[in-house]
Design a protein around this ligand. Sequence first.
Ligand code: PRE
Length: 228
Amino acid sequence: APSLEEIRAALATMEDQIIHLALTRCAAPLYGESTASPLLNSLSQAAQTSPSSPSDSSFPGHPPFPPYIDATPSHARWGAAQSNLSSQSIVDYWYKNMLPASSAAHNQTGYFPEASPALAMSSAAFFETVSQRIGFGEEVAQAKVAANHSAFGEHIRRHDAVAIRKLLTDERQEQLVKQRVGNKTEAWQVGAAQNVPAAVLVDLFASYIIPWTTDVEVATLLRRGQKQ
Ligand SMILES: O=C(O)C(=O)C[C@]1(C(=O)O)C=C[C@@H](O)C=C1
């Protein structure tokens, strides 16, 4: 099994990807222009349909966003051991706060609101990578237990989510991540203009990604306790 150090290296790579995806997407217009071809437009006119933006219900059975990314703030799904998460969903945060110059309101029931497929794809890649990074909480939790079996064992047996969370939390590591994210954001701005303040991406990690990763770590160990 990979060590905590190896897993943190993988987290750092995903962190790079998340920052690059956010900066790249934020450098583009919020919705963009539809790239539907004239041919497609005339075909849909002939078929008397209008190329409309689909809602979630147009895709039966398909979850609206990748695992861990949905419109419900995580704290609504968690009980006493919940993280201190923002009350805004990450999807709303992305479309309302992170993508700059947003005057049009994000349509909550829409799938991806972008008119341009390339821009929607860019948002999708962001959500997917964030989701992967959060999902790595499983690996983190396993590595931490392997390195400190005696301390975790009793908490896991008792399903003590609060104690498990406390033991999993590493304030120093969180400070490192936040500092690194701020420095990378400043270093990697797309173009000359600073289009995303470093504080916005630091907040993304502090308010969403790190607490959510910790939620997955806690959930992993609670599941492990159920198997015993
Ligand atoms: O690296 C760790 O120790 C983790 O548990 C991961 C992580 C993170 O999301 O970056 C989450 C919780 C800890 O408090 C510190 C960092």
